[in-house]
Design a protein around this ligand. Sequence first.
Ligand SMILES: N[C@@H]1[C@@H](O)[C@H](O)[C@@H](COP(=O)(O)O)O[C@@H]1O
Length: 334
Amino acid sequence: MKYGMFNELMEQPESLRRTLKSEGDRMARISNEILECRRIYLVGCGSSLSTCYSARDAIAMNYEVNMDVMTGYEFYYHRQIDYSDSAVIFTSQSGETADTLAALRRANELGLRTVTITNEPGSTMASESMETIVTRCGREEAILGTKTYMTQLLALYRILFGMYSDEKSDEIMGELEKLPGEVEDLLRRTEVECRDLAEEYSGEDIFYCMGSGPNYGLAYKLAMTMLMEGALKHSCPLYSGEFRHGLIERVEEGVPVIFLESGLPGDELTERALRFCEKLGAENLVFRMSDYSDLNGLMSPFVLAVPLEWFVYYLAHFNGEDPGSTRHIGKVRY
Ligand SMILES: N[C@@H]1[C@@H](O)[C@H](O)[C@@H](COP(=O)(O)O)O[C@@H]1O
């Protein structure tokens, strides 16, 4: 059984290729423009907030930078926005989310430099933002964003790592170019094993999702939009270091916990939590960057997203749900 989301999932490599080609120069120009800014805000909601977390954490682990991540309404209601020489990058697949649009309007009123990354060139946010990067995916119908997630994260990494010129940024910029091929390969390699895993866990009601560094953002997306929206499972994301401040009291034999590991230094906390959960006999599902790719650990949200997409796609399927459907909220406003 193939759902509409299947084709969107398979279109990820091509969407990445098209976005790199058509938006490359514009992204490079924006990197140079925001380089001089004293502060950069990243603002989005849901899946589009998760990309902000991942990009911020990837950058903050390597560079000294004033960068804040906020949801749309956090930004809107925040009294102390630093608007002298600051830039805001808004992420919205639809370009219509009311929260993010309200934040964009406030930023424009305050005179901040505004950039929107969206998949909808005709959207309200695209027309009201000073600069727009259009992810070249074509329309995405599934509520569980795949190609729009991948390309949005690509755009954020390109713009933010593009502000620097050193060995690390050169490496990441080079690896971003390799992503379409890498994702193509992952889509092929990981479907069957993740379908089997989904079948095994299809009866579970709740999944805790843990990651550190750039994988916290992915844990957030996995819990909030993939498992809750896509597979209709209860879920909760957390920073690996937060394990011992709550979840440690709740984990017990048979409770499923998903660990996302990048191999970066912050993952010593993920490993520590994993060892503890092993001792308790929890159902540990570990997605390790080193099992899937040789790319830098900073690229793990792109890489691990693919097996997770298959896992969630089939988890929904084995529960008789369409992974791309939604019960209460629409994807794109027409
Ligand atoms: N249910 C959707 C989420 O799936 C989406 O991630 C979020 C942001 O949407 P957008 O990226 O279009 O702003 O909006 C809603 O909450």
